[in-house]
Design a protein around this ligand. Structure first.
Ligand code: NAD
Length: 239
């Protein structure tokens, strides 16, 4: 059915969360068994307070996350989404992920709501560096300011341009597909509801149930995103 909806929709927006990248090898935050959230509480470390008060632990945590992301890359599911964009099957991606895998796979119209771990920037002057800088344990800018990952920390606003793009795309969507998000992080989790309110069909694909399942036209649990996308891609190619 999802394949049929994809083929008949004139405007499809995909919304991804950490579950999109677990098949690349990156842990998510809240899965029952393996989530990163179970080991440490990112709301404490990944926060503007930690950056200001506990800067060494903050830098070490993020250096490890940067290295973690660099060890992996997009999987087949990311590449299928990038190809679907070229083919006009989907129109944009709104992601909460900070790994940069959608762009690495070739997706162009991507709103990174929570920024990216692929870059760091100076907290004082705003100068950007690649995140190699962190890997090489350079934690301070040439101006002396603290370098921090170019992501949204707990307690910070979302980037205005990504937010606006996501808002416009959610409003335009005829079909809005959530892939791998617990839909617990606000305000990102408002976009599926905005799309639904504006008349889109809402599909939620997630291993576990989410609080927004009741609003969905279709919910797919217990199936891995990569496998599902391959299945749908096979169906679409034969049409
Ligand atoms: P989350 O961890 O809260 O939820 C992920 C969901 O994905 C879980 O409910 C899990 O059941 C599901 N899932 C895991 N693997 C799956 C698979 N293969 N197929 C289908 N479903 C699968 O993630 P979230 O909702 O994105 O919110 C977490 C926050 O953490 C976001 O703000 C994000 O920025 C950040 N984060 C990002 C990354 C990344 O960039 N890859 C990784 C961890 C956390």
């Amino acid at each position: 059915m999802l394949a049929e909806w994809l083929l008949s929709s004139n405007y499809t927006v995909v919304f991804t969360g950490a579950g999109m990248s677990t098949e690349s090898g990156l842990p998510d935050f809240r899965s029952n068994h393996s989530g990163l959230w179970k080991k440490k509480d990112p709301s404490k470390i990944a926060s503007i307070t930690a950056l200001n008060k506990n800067v060494e632990e903050f830098m070490e945590f993020y250096r490890e996350r940067v290295i973690g992301v660099k060890e992996f890359g997009p999987h087949e599911g990311h590449f299928i989404l990038a190809r679907w964009e070229k083919q006009g099957i989907i129109h944009s991606i709104i992601t909460q992920n900070v790994d940069g895998f959608h762009q690495e796979a070739g997706s162009k119209r991507v709103a990174e709501l929570h920024g990216t771990l692929q870059k760091v920037r100076c907290q004082s002057c705003g100068k950007e560096y690649t995140s190699e800088t962190y890997v090489n344990k350079k934690f301070y800018c040439d101006c002396g300011g603290v370098l921090r990952p170019n992501i949204v920390l707990f307690g910070e606003m979302l980037p205005q341009d990504a937010f606006q793009f996501a808002q416009e795309e959610a409003e335009k969507a005829e079909l809005f597909i959530v892939l791998g998000s617990s839909l617990t992080v606000t305000p990102a989790n408002q976009f599926p509801l905005i799309a639904k309110e504006k008349g889109a069909k809402l599909v939620i694909v997630n291993l576990e149930p989410t609080n927004l399942d009741i609003y969905a036209d279709e919910v797919i649990h217990g199936e891995k995103i990569g496998e599902l996308l391959k299945e749908i891609d096979g169906y679409i190619s034969n049409e």
